[in-house]
Design a protein around this ligand. Structure first.
Ligand code: AMP
Ligand code: TRP
Length: 331
């Protein structure tokens, strides 16, 4: 059986990008897989949030997984910081990871800004923690959006470094699962930037908490162009905003972008946008309603997370002890 492992940072409310790039794929894979899905609160500390906001967002992400269709009876949904093995294995891996590998990470370059010396060390070693998150569970697949590809490659490199150093076949290399028309959803305002839960402009994204009117309004106001839609994808080259809206439609309707064009070729955005708005509302408004309902009962959410943590801990603890033994630590 497949085993999938993935996580999302609890910074701000999740977006359509998180849904289409990650969670929707988890939902699709969950019944043929064993699932470990966590909330990456230790990763969120790399840009230290207000404690109350972090607590609220952590619960909100858990509720979002369920509202989007993850079955908590089947999947282990848990909070990263409640499993001590993540931080501990991360230290063991730090001692096997050349600094040169970290220096290549584009996310650190982007997020650390101009003054690299002022960036916190957590932001720098973040990919090592992510390697630990993954390898602790020996997953066969790690379903994520395109922006996480480089981090996944690092996790594979760390696994290889461990196996080589200790001459073992302890870690198998996890496969990235980056698929579908929505691996990189772009901002609704600027087609050159990815849709992000941290973007300053709320109009740049659809939040999974947005109500029907807000969703429809954001789609209507989304940047597009004044040309007609063509009948083939190649003709969309250079029209990044148009391509993005087509991808969103395709992913939500579970059809290919080619099929969307076959339906709308020759029409302008005056026709396409209302259809897209309707589809977004149809698919997303029920998620938002469910999410709000789940957030009313934080005690139930916490109980569910405690159950998830107990399941995850059994698996993670075993991997950690095995690693320690292999590395020569007394266990
Ligand atoms: P993050 O929001 O960075 O914590 O990302 C959580 C998950 O959502 C990761 O698997 C990302 O690759 C995915 N993701 C985030 N933003 C997007 C986006 N705009 N398009 C597609 N996937 C995304
Ligand atoms: N780095 C991921 C992000 O920002 C979140 C994450 C942390 C993750 N650990 C992971 C994703 C392990 C998949 C597997 O989106």
């Amino acid at each position: 059986m497949k085993r999938i492992l993935s996580g999302i940072q609890p910074t701000n409310t999740l977006t359509l990008g998180n849904y289409l790039g990650a969670i929707k794929n988890w939902v699709g894979m969950q019944h043929e897989s064993e699932c470990f899905l966590f909330i990456a609160d230790l990763h969120a500390l790399t840009n230290p949030p207000e404690p109350e906001a972090l607590r609220a967002n952590t619960r909100e992400v858990a509720a979002t997984y369920i509202a989007c269709g993850i079955d908590p009876e089947h999947a282990a949904i848990f909070v990263q910081s409640q499993i001590p093995a993540h931080a501990e294995l991360s230290w063991l891996f730090s001692c096997l990871t050349p600094i040169g590998w970290l220096n290549r990470m584009t996310q650190f370059k982007d997020k650390s800004g101009k003054d690299k010396d002022a960036a916190n060390a957590g932001l720098y070693v973040y990919p090592i923690l992510m390697a630990a998150d993954i390898l602790l569970y020996h997953p066969s697949h790690v379903p994520v959006g395109e922006d996480q590809k480089q981090h996944l490659e690092l996790a594979r490199d760390v696994a290889g470094a461990f196996n080589r150093k200790y001459d073992v076949e302890h870690f198998k290399l996890p496969e990235p699962a980056i698929f579908g028309p929505a691996t990189r959803i772009m901002s609704l305002r600027d087609g050159s930037k990815k849709m992000s839960k941290s973007d300053a402009s709320d109009m740049s994204r659809i939040n999974l908490t947005d109500d029907a009117d807000t969703i429809a309004n954001k789609i209507k106001k989304a940047t597009s162009d004044s040309e007609m839609l063509p009948d083939n994808l190649a003709a969309l080259e250079g029209r990044t905003e148009a391509r993005n809206l087509i991808n969103i439609y395709a992913a939500l309707a579970d059809i290919t972008p080619e099929k969307v064009l076959a339906q709308f070729a020759g029409q302008g955005f005056g026709k396409f946008k209302p259809a897209l708005a309707e589809l977004c509302v149809e698919k997303l408004a029920p998620i938002s309603t469910r999410l709000h309902a789940l957030m009313q009962d934080t005690a139930a959410l916490d109980a569910l997370l405690a159950k998830g943590a107990a399941r995850a801990n059994t698996v993670a603890e075993k991997t950690l002890v095995d690693c320690k033994r292999i590395m020569g630590l007394l266990v």
